[in-house]
Ligand binder design. Sequence first.
Ligand SMILES: Cc1cc2nc3c(=O)[nH]c(=O)nc-3n(C[C@H](O)[C@H](O)[C@H](O)COP(=O)(O)OP(=O)(O)OC[C@H]3O[C@@H](n4cnc5c(N)ncnc54)[C@H](O)[C@@H]3O)c2cc1C
Length: 378
Amino acid sequence: MKLHFDVAVIGGGIVGLAHAWMAKRRGLRVVVLERSPAAEGASVRNFGMIWPIGQPAGQLYELALKSREFWLQLKTHGVLDVRTCGSIHLAHREDELAVLQEFCNHRSHQTKMLSAEEVLQRTHLANPDGLLGGMLSITELRVDPRTACQRLASWLQSEEGVEFHYGAMVVAVDDKHVHAADQRVWTAERIIVCSGSDLKTLYPEILQSSDLRLCKLQMLKSVAQPQRDSNTPHIASGLTLRHYPSFQKCPSHAGLRRRIAEETPELDRYGIHVMASQLSSGRVILGDSHEYDDQITPFDNMEIDGLIVRELRKVIRLDDWRMAQRWHGVYAKHPRLPVLEVDAADRTTVFTGTGGAGMTLSFALADRAWTRWTGENA
Ligand SMILES: Cc1cc2nc3c(=O)[nH]c(=O)nc-3n(C[C@H](O)[C@H](O)[C@H](O)COP(=O)(O)OP(=O)(O)OC[C@H]3O[C@@H](n4cnc5c(N)ncnc54)[C@H](O)[C@@H]3O)c2cc1C
């Protein structure tokens, strides 16, 4: 076992793996230290949606598209099944249709409006009752969140020579030394702390005064449905338009927010908007809610699951509404930044807080950091 590396990455979620890959691409010797037997955090609990459409035009959308290219490289290398499924935002209300139309008119993203008939031709998941139309975006990808990190880690280990240690609970970092709870020590020229939503173990003084917020999301997965098209687009509802910042520029957006707050205040209370993504197994990942900081408890709230399903039934159609799984995930989110990147010491950087866009942005965020660290643009 080697003990000295160019780079030590703490955390084997998508952010840690992104750093490991980007460092390896630059020819560096990398070790990844993960406390669990496998990644178990937000990176395996999400929808598996690579979701550029949720990023506002400009730098963040460009970063999302760059990450998308990295995901497609993994497909080309045979590492992962990555589907170029795209997405459809459904409109079942006039104000939803108006926001989508206004958004498309900006031409800031690769989108186009679809009639209700065109939506139904492209997805069997859309509920035709009251459907007014939808917006197609071609940039979204689907990966299976339960296996993506594990496959990426296996590939980095076997083909790229990255060393992985699972069950390595890092308890301290000091001057190039990384200390595990079981007394093992590794040294590295650069250390990157990608500890996700754990704000208490490493550098708590930085993380707890950083404006990072924790957010808990409840999720469900249906039993397998007939699989009519293995590339069926991700579905987002009108409720989703108030969740992602890209839509805020639309003149009808404020009215839509007001209408939802008046009609269904319980959805705002729990930060509920609804999305669906059908995996190749036929099961459909469904969600979600958003509860922050002091609202977070270890226990899942059945009222929230009920509201998610109630709203989903208005916009999508499943042959069988029985659920195969329920779970929750927690992520750390910075209110203004796509990621919190803080130098905790010389050549030791804390890199966390990708919020609800870690699958979408991590590769490009890590690549940007490595471009800077290695002076590639100088
Ligand atoms: C329910 C849900 C749905 C989501 N849907 C999407 C989506 O569809 N698309 C999208 O782009 N994003 C989505 N996200 C966001 C995305 O999943 C996160 O932004 C991303 O996974 C965060 O990755 P991470 O590596 O920072 O954290 P994590 O995945 O939590 O990984 C952190 C890892 O660090 C390890 N660790 C922590 N401390 C230590 C230590 N001291 N020593 C060793 N190891 C340590 C942990 O065990 C963990 O494995 C979703 C998130 C949730 C919760």
